[in-house]
Design a protein around this ligand. Structure first.
Ligand code: ADP
Length: 556
């Protein structure tokens, strides 16, 4: 354009500019690479941290399971020993064992709760329950402890607080249990009070404020902000003087927040403390009062004579404990070591109730329950079943219910609780029982034979597949018969030979459960060990395989 100046750059300067630009570009690229590396390592670190958190949660869940099983033995046996003829001194020692075991159980539960919360595995129930009854039960639980310490335990509940609400009764009890428990623990003189006020009420929901106050030792201002942190205690000597782990309030706070509420605390040393929290509840449409079975109703010391119990439990100590507890209540009991034994016993005899341990060898409790509910003769399918489990993980209750349990007890359980649950179920059983259709996913409900595996194995030759199925339907029952006999006679060499013969057939059918069982049999037989338990599993599975093959051969 006219007037525009033409700028000419000397070649050396041009060269230098290009050089500098290139260097700047390289530096930028290097920085970008470094950032990328940092980003990748941050992602890796995050993955690792998530992995570590998961392993921690899994480790804690497993540990608590490992601890719960022997704890069940300790608590049960102590309870039984207390009823025997022993000196006063021995009684005192045993009571100390009971207290220690109770404390240990609380600690295990707390640690597990924290682990579950950290891994986001805690779910909040949304079921209708009687709020007033739940609160009375918590207060009743503390009545004698308060009396022992000469404390007044009082409550002041607005008349407009509804009876029926929708929410999580167990979690509310847990929150109140911790707060009232602390109130009593940290108060020497005076009273502990629970106040409940209605903050707001609409047609379908109500917001309540809960206040737990005491006249105890109080908490200093500087410590108030820490007490909700895990393992925090207000005084350095708290644990030695009052016990506890400093986990209770952490759990309480998280449980309240999980339900959309918040907790606050006011406290003055030597005057007392006041913990307040608010929670929103949905209201039940059903406004008429349900006349819920009162706690005492079930606590009646009902004699269970004439009741026949089938106890499925593999742990010898727990067998001993539970068996004795049942006999003590007047009932008779037959013990089965695993799921297969349980089914056999129940096929042979009539029972009124089954207590089913979930973690058993050969065939576990869940599969056994599914078998009872789906495969037993019609009139036996509705037998009441209480699942006993040492697995305290989230969703365990649902898992037991899905498998067909009417009720559920987590180990270690309180002997009275077992008695109560049995009474409730037996009472209900006298009225017609509705059987829920069980979700089918156990070994007895799912298909064992994988025909697609077989098809692939035979290169898609349909005709050949048909012939082989017909042949297998004929020979597998014969194999089973011979194998049972050989196991009975403990003829190791012949067992090994027969297992060798059957294994390829089973592999061709893709029945992994049976293949692994045969592998175990092979292994144990080679060490001259008894395999009669495994044989029972083989029998159940093989019969099911033959049944499936028969259906297939008649279908086409
Ligand atoms: P724990 O009671 O097992 O020590 P918590 O988490 O329930 O653990 O409580 C943490 C700490 O808060 C306690 O150790 C105690 O120092 C203090 N604290 C809790 N509740 C009260 C209370 N009602 N009065 C005085 N101090 C309390």
């Amino acid at each position: 354009m006219a007037g525009d100046k033409q700028i000419t750059i000397q070649p050396q300067i041009q060269y230098r500019l290009i050089e500098e630009l290139t260097q700047a570009n390289n530096r930028l690229q290097a920085e970008l690479d470094a950032h990328k590396k940092i980003e990748i390592s941050l992602i890796e670190d995050k993955d690792k941290a998530q992995q570590a958190a998961k392993s921690k949660a899994r480790f804690l869940a497993n540990m608590s399971h490992e601890i719960r099983t022997p704890m069940n033995g300790i608590i049960g046996l102590t309870h039984l020993l207390l009823k025997t003829n022993i000196s006063e001194k021995q009684q005192e020692y045993l009571k100390a064992i009971v207290t220690s075991s109770d404390t240990l159980t609380v600690i295990i539960n707390d640690i597990l709760d924290i682990a579950k919360m950290e891994s986001g595995k805690v779910t909040i129930d949304n079921k209708e329950y009687n709020l007033r009854n739940t609160i009375s039960s918590v207060l009743e639980l503390f009545a004698s402890r308060a009396m022992d310490k000469n404390l007044m335990l009082t409550s002041d509940i607005d008349e407009t607080v509804p009876e029926l609400v929708i929410g999580d009764a167990a979690r509310l009890s847990q929150i109140l249990f911790n707060l009232i428990g602390n109130g009593i623990k940290f108060t020497k003189k005076g009273e502990v009070n629970l106040t409940i006020r209605v903050l707001s009420r609409q047609k379908s929901k109500v917001e309540l404020k809960f206040i737990v106050s005491d006249t105890g030792i109080g908490i200093g201002n500087s410590k108030l902000q820490y007490i909700f942190k895990a393992f925090a205690q207000a005084r350095s000597n708290t644990s030695r003087k009052y016990g506890g782990t400093g986990l209770g309030l952490t759990i309480v706070k998280r449980l309240i927040e999980l339900q959309g509420g918040a907790i606050t605390v006011r406290s003055k040393p030597h005057e007392g403390s006041e913990f307040s929290f608010n929670l929103l509840f949905r209201l039940s449409k059903n406004t008429t009062n349900v006349n819920q079975r009162s706690q005492h109703d079930s606590r009646d010391n009902i004699d269970l004579k004439d009741v026949k119990v089938l106890l499925a439990e593999d742990n010898p100590v727990n067998q001993l404990v539970t068996k004795d507890l049942i006999i003590e209540s007047g009932a008779t009991v037959v013990v089965a070591d695993n799921g297969i034994e349980t089914i056999k016993a129940f096929e042979k005899e009539e029972f009124d109730i089954i207590l089913m341990d979930c973690q058993m060898p050969v065939m576990d409790g869940y599969d056994t329950m599914r078998y009872v509910r789906n495969e037993m003769e019609e009139k036996k399918r509705s037998i009441p079943i209480i699942a006993l489990t040492a697995q305290a993980s989230a969703g365990e209750k649902e898992k037991c219910q899905d498998a067909g349990a009417n009720d559920y007890l987590s180990k270690p359980y309180n002997p009275n609780e077992l008695h109560d649950k049995m009474v409730i179920l037996l009472k209900k059983a006298t009225s017609p029982v509705k059987i829920k259709k069980i979700k089918l996913n156990g070994i007895h409900s799912k298909r064992l034979v994988k025909f697609d595996v077989m098809n692939e194995y035979l290169g898609g030759k349909k005709q050949l597949m048909k012939q082989i199925i017909v042949k297998l339907v004929e020979i597998l029952p014969q194999y089973l018969k011979s194998m049972k006999l050989l196991v009975k006679n403990k003829d190791s060499d012949k067992i090994m030979a027969l297992v060798h013969k059957i294994k390829p057939n089973i592999a061709m059918l893709g029945v992994d459960e049976l293949s692994s069982l045969l592998h175990i049999i092979e292994n144990k037989t080679s060490k001259s060990r008894d395999v009669s338990q495994e044989m029972k599993g083989v029998e159940v599975l093989l019969k099911k395989v033959v049944k499936e093959l028969k259906v297939r051969s008649s279908a086409k």
